[in-house]
Write a protein that binds this ligand. Structure first.
Ligand code: MG
Length: 346
């Protein structure tokens, strides 16, 4: 008998509009795997985004997905059991698991004819302004990028270079917009990190993401205690089980679907973070409108939003959320609210 719930997938390569550089690497492309889950004539879309540093590849994702067998399930609405099963197929594979979670939730929203935020019992996000990311670049490129970002209220700046102050001075010569700073573990000395944060505090910076290597637990706790700005864990947090480890070290966490294994666990992380008094930054990788629009349905629970992935790529397959002067708007379509662009359909 044919499976009632059918999973299909294919690799795809996202092209970046600009070479993207952070403290440890540069890249022009991001590999992804696109998933579809079909049931009763409806199709849900999902995505695994695979930046190299996270360790998953198109091959590892497709290998994981090939092990998934939905034959034992009759109904996609049985999502708790389905996702528990998927989680137990193998350790790790967080992005691969997210690609199933996202497609399954998109499908469920379509079957129930509700947008996902309603399905999760959340309000429609309002005043959800995303930051726009400026990677590490020379001064001229930074000025160009800031001009391109003129519609956005917040900028996210990648630091962790030898000339961090110069980068900030360059930005401040053209705009006084509030900044999120992401160091990607690029600073090594706690005392210098504190001095830099005190300097950034005077420059209208509002948060500091992962300033020190995640292993430097004592230094991070020391820095968070003394810092005038909230210190946010990104590399140090993937899943729900990590919150206990970071709750006394950081002021907040960056939640991304590709780390959390998808929407179900991201939502649990947001609820637990609130219980633990941790601030929430809702972030993304380089992703299409598929995964980023999915995450946007959770944005009413976030303190800060960094969902600019689709703006940084040139060959998206979908339309989804829209950005109106940097504010994220969710449409009224069921599920994630995706429209697949016809010109890319095979
Ligand atoms: Mg980060």
């Amino acid at each position: 008998m044919a499976d009632k719930i059918k999973l299909t997938y294919k690799p795809y390569t996202l092209k970046l509009k600009h070479t993207f550089t952070v403290s440890s690497f540069s890249r022009n492309e991001t590999p992804v795997v696109l998933t579809e889950i079909e049931y009763d004539g409806k199709v849900g879309y999902g995505e695994a985004s695979l930046p190299q540093y996270l360790g998953e590849t198109q091959e590892s994702v497709m290998d994981f997905l090939s092990k998934i067998n939905f034959r034992q399930f009759e109904d996609p609405l049985d999502s708790e059991n389905i996702l528990n099963y998927v989680d137990n197929v193998e350790e790790g594979n967080n992005a691969a698991k997210a690609s199933i979670d996202i497609a399954l939730h998109d499908l469920i929203g379509k079957l129930l004819n509700v947008p996902l935020y309603k399905y999760f019992g959340l309000v429609k996000p309002e005043n959800s302004f995303t930051s726009y990311t400026i990677g590490i670049a020379n001064n001229e490129t930074i000025r160009t990028k800031i001009d391109e970002a003129k519609d956005f209220k917040y900028l996210k700046i990648k630091l962790g270079t030898k000339n961090d102050k110069e980068i900030i001075e360059t930005i401040r010569s053209v705009t006084n917009k509030p900044l999120y700073v992401d160091v990607n573990q690029g600073w090594k000395d706690k005392q210098k990190a504190l001095e830099m944060i005190e300097w950034l505090f005077e420059k209208n910076v509002i948060l500091i993401e992962q300033p020190l290597p995640k292993e430097n637990i004592d230094d991070i706790a020391w820095l968070n205690e003394k810092s005038p700005l909230p210190i946010i864990a990104d590399e140090a947090v993937k899943r729900l089980c990590d919150l206990e480890k970071v709750k006394d070290l950081y002021s907040g966490i960056n939640i991304k679907l590709m780390k959390s294994t998808g929407l179900r666990e991201a939502l649990l992380m947001m609820k637990k973070a609130k219980d633990l008094n941790l601030k929430i930054l809702l972030g993304c990788m380089t992703e299409t409108y598929c995964a980023v629009s999915a995450a946007a349905h959770l944005s009413s629970l976030a303190d800060w939003i960094d969902l600019d992935g689709p703006l940084l790529i040139s060959n998206d397959l979908f339309d989804g959320i829209s950005y109106i002067k940097g504010e994220i708007k969710i449409n009224n379509l069921p599920g994630i609210g995706l429209i697949k662009k016809s010109r890319f359909i095979e």
